[in-house]
Design a protein around this ligand. Structure first.
Ligand code: 5GP
Ligand code: ZN
Length: 140
């Protein structure tokens, strides 16, 4: 299903050009137009879904399998030293395009954005951590 106002749907439909590195019936994988590192790519499901809350478990599982395959392939081709998989949901979490995507970010020793994803930790009292832990418990 295509959303006419969605830039990634337009890329998937070929209405907006992109540098495509992989395509199958479920996904298109393109180079990010504003890359954080050499080879930074995006896995786009062809079906429009805004985020982790909307994507089906089945499609997400396929995206994870594809991420594994591409991480190995990209690392072999690029010779990168590490790899980040990143997936943002909601504006407050840094999402700017509201069509689910997974960032594939090759990491290199000494790269320009070496502090990418570096955050300082927040302090929570032990009781608060206990409380959060209690609230988050989920039966397997
Ligand atoms: P988000 O911040 O939503 O997790 O990531 C959106 C990503 O899409 C950004 O890294 C941004 O550079 C990339 N992007 C936005 N518009 C385009 C586009 O038209 N073409 C390509 N290739 N990437 C785009
Ligand atoms: Zn879309």
């Amino acid at each position: 299903m295509k959303d006419d106002n969605c830039i990634f749907c337009k890329i998937i439909a070929g209405e907006i050009p992109s540098r495509t590195i992989y395509e199958d019936q479920d996904f298109k994988v393109i180079l990010d137009a504003s890359p954080a590192s050499k080879g930074h790519a995006l896995i786009l499901p062809k079906e429009h879904c805004a985020n982790i809350y909307e994507i089906s478990e089945e499609l997400l599982a396929k995206a994870a399998k594809l991420a594994k395959k591409l991480a190995a392939h990209m690392t072999a081709v690029l010779g990168c030293d590490g790899f980040n998989l990143l997936q943002n949901n909601g504006e407050v979490a840094g999402q700017t395009v509201f069509h689910f995507h997974m960032h594939l970010i090759p990491r290199y020793k000494g790269m320009k954005n070496s502090d990418l994803l570096n955050w300082t930790h927040e302090d929570f009292a032990a009781e608060e951590q206990d409380d959060i832990c209690q609230k988050l418990k989920l039966e397997a």
